[in-house]
Ligand binder design. Structure first.
Ligand SMILES: [Zn+2]
Length: 112
């Protein structure tokens, strides 16, 4: 289910739309004024960030929006940051666990 972000050329408002069916993409209109003159924005999911800067910007004391964990690259960041704060270095093992979580392979382990 893709999520696209748009800016309305008429009322200048920005909004994101979740498409349940591919055919809905071709008849998208502004949520606010129903204009079909829209500019598709680059999804924030595509913003390039290195893992280092993600870790730095990541604040474990703040709760994340529901979109946060839709970006699989953010999964495991919290655990990693906490480990760093606590001075625990799990080294490659931690990366392995995080990588499994991100790729969904962690689920395979549960199925066994
Ligand atoms: Zn509009």
């Amino acid at each position: 289910m893709p999520i696209y972000e748009y800016r309305c050329n008429l009322c200048k408002k920005e909004f994101s739309l979740l498409f349940l069916h591919p055919e809905e993409i071709s008849r998208v209109e502004c949520k606010f004024c129903k204009s079909s003159s829209l500019t598709k924005l680059l999804s924030s999911f595509c913003v390039h960030q290195t893992e280092e800067s993600r870790l730095k910007n990541f604040d474990t004391s703040k709760s994340k929006g529901e979109n946060f964990y839709k970006d699989s690259r953010n999964i495991g960041l919290w655990a990693k940051k906490r480990m760093k704060e606590l001075g625990v270095d799990l080294g490659p093992k931690m990366d392995e666990i995080v990588e499994r979580g991100r790729t969904g392979k962690i689920l395979d382990d549960y199925k066994k």
